[in-house]
Design a protein around this ligand. Structure first.
Ligand code: HEC
Length: 289
């Protein structure tokens, strides 16, 4: 049995002073709870916004009529979410749809990057200067002019040694002594003579004669070859083989090449014409090129 004294002791313990929260501590705790709530709401609002975006994206595959129906629901939901999202930090916006709609094809608002714009503007600015300088400026020659002067320079560099010699036997002999110059001569031949004298100089029936035998109709000596090329053989062979811009060096080169064909008797060449002529003189012994 419990005595009244015991009961007194118990109740006295029950009324022992407890640790009481200070008002500030209470406020602090409330504030923390509220903050936690807010964070949760913000997160939920974000998740909602993302889900809504995904939903909207999925709507794009629907025909427009149906889409409008669903979109009105979405707008109501979005308004509600927005009231919460006010609390949430601005979510990073990516790939927004513009209002453009062409036959159901929609467009994202993705502007081209800045460097691309700079490149584009750069090309336009460059074009203005390019046009002004290369096409209208008196200081830079036209493309054909510059090409011609480059060719002339290259020729000068290549044939400077030849250029000092007058077109004649000595010059032709000098070229005949050099594989490189003969190769240049072959280049001229291939560009201007093959169509009438054949690929290897064997001649073509009804056109040019065989240049690879020992008999010739017009050639009498080395110089005469250059003369024939220069003057042509009217009416069948045009002067400079129809290339009025042919230089003296080129004439000498091709004449030397033709002279070097003598006696090679290529297969399938035309029958010999004319008379046999004296052999070419010996080339000079010294040969730098
Ligand atoms: C449009 C055609 C044609 C072209 C191109 C042509 N020739 Fe001829 N060539 C002829 C004809 C045709 C004859 C012969 C003319 C005749 O018999 O009256 C001939 C004759 C010659 C002869 C004299 C041959 C001989 O037997 O005496 C030489 C050398 C010659 N050509 C060199 C050249 C060279 C080098 C070239 C290139 C630079 C050239 N020809 C380009 C048509 C051409």
């Amino acid at each position: 049995m419990i005595s009244s004294k015991d009961t007194d002791v118990q109740s006295a313990r029950a009324y022992e002073p407890r640790r009481v929260l200070s008002y500030e501590a209470y406020l602090d705790r409330e504030r923390q709870a509220l903050e936690a709530c807010r964070v949760e709401i913000d997160e939920a609002a974000l998740r909602y916004a993302e889900a809504a975006k995904a939903y909207q994206a999925s709507l794009r595959s629907l025909p427009p009529m149906q889409r409008e129906h669903y979109e009105s629901d979405l707008v109501a939901g979005a308004a509600h979410a927005a009231s919460h999202a006010m609390l949430a930090p601005e979510p990073e916006v990516k790939d927004e749809l513009t209002g453009h709609n062409y036959d159901g094809i929609q467009e994202y608002d993705n502007p081209a990057p800045g460097w691309w714009h700079m490149l584009f503007i750069g090309t336009a600015v460059w074009a203005v200067f390019y046009l002004a300088i290369y096409h209208f400026s008196p200081y830079v020659g036209s493309l054909p002019d510059r090409h011609a002067s480059a060719v002339a320079q290259a020729e000068q560099a290549q044939f400077a040694e030849l250029a000092t010699l007058p077109l004649g036997e000595e010059k032709i002999l000098k070229i005949m002594g050099s594989e490189t110059w003969l190769a240049s001569g072959r280049g001229v031949y291939e560009a201007t003579c093959v169509q009438c004298h054949g690929e290897n100089g064997g001649g073509l029936n009804g056109l040019g004669q065989n240049l690879t035998d020992e008999s010739f109709k017009y050639i009498t000596d080395l110089t005469s070859i250059a003369t024939i090329v220069h003057d042509g053989l009217p009416p069948l062979m045009p002067p400079k083989a129809g290339r009025p811009d042919m230089s003296e060096n080129e004439i000498a080169l091709v004449a030397a090449y033709v002279a070097s064909l003598r006696g090679t008797f290529v297969d399938g060449g035309r029958e010999p014409e004319g008379v046999e002529i004296a052999p070419w003189p010996e080339p000079p012994a010294e040969d730098g090129a």
